[in-house]
Design a protein around this ligand. Structure first.
Ligand code: FE2
Length: 170
């Protein structure tokens, strides 16, 4: 008798991302967000993974690198009060909230960019977008407990520093 072990939550999420990431570029970010949404709120998602927070700033933990270098998946851990810079993306991206609540603020382009809309993101909420210097946002943990989000960017992990965020002074 063959016993097929069911995929765990993280494997399921990564398999969904892998499939979505092969779609044509224009559909990729939304499809990856849908793949993230299907599993991101499962409490056991990061079971067995060590994802500590950092007292100084939010921190990224690599969960998966596409062997072909097309994308990488990270967990971001946000202590209360920690936030990203105001930024746009140089690559497509998608993310979802696993634990806690994040606040996402959108900005209208300008010097400096001007905040124009805010939304609260609870577990299961997602966001996505193409590479576009006019799509400016900031994620922040304005709550009282640690938050964790899962992000996928369309470049290899070792290129994250230069090729993911276009940061604005705000
Ligand atoms: Fe972002």
């Amino acid at each position: 008798m063959t016993f097929i072990r069911p995929r765990n939550a993280l494997d399921s999420l990564l398999a969904g991302i892998a499939g979505a990431s092969r779609l044509e570029p224009a559909r990729r970010d939304r499809a990856v967000a849908q793949a993230i949404a299907a599993h991101v709120a499962r409490p056991e998602l990061l079971e067995g993974r060590d994802c500590p927070c950092c007292p100084d700033q939010y921190v990224r933990h690599l969960l998966h690198s596409d062997p072909e270098g097309g994308y990488a998946v990270v967990a971001l851990v946000w202590r209360p009060g920690q936030m990203s810079p105001v930024h746009a993306h140089r690559t497509w991206c998608a993310f979802g909230v696993h634990q806690g609540v994040l606040t996402e603020t959108y900005y209208a382009p300008g010097e400096p960019p001007v905040p124009c809309e805010t939304r609260l993101l609870a577990p299961g909420a997602t966001g996505n977008g193409p590479a576009d210097p006019r799509l400016i946002h900031r994620l922040a943990n304005l709550s009282c407990r640690t938050a964790i989000s899962i992000h996928c960017y369309g470049v290899a992990f070792d290129r994250f520093g230069a090729e993911v965020n276009e940061v604005f002074a705000a």
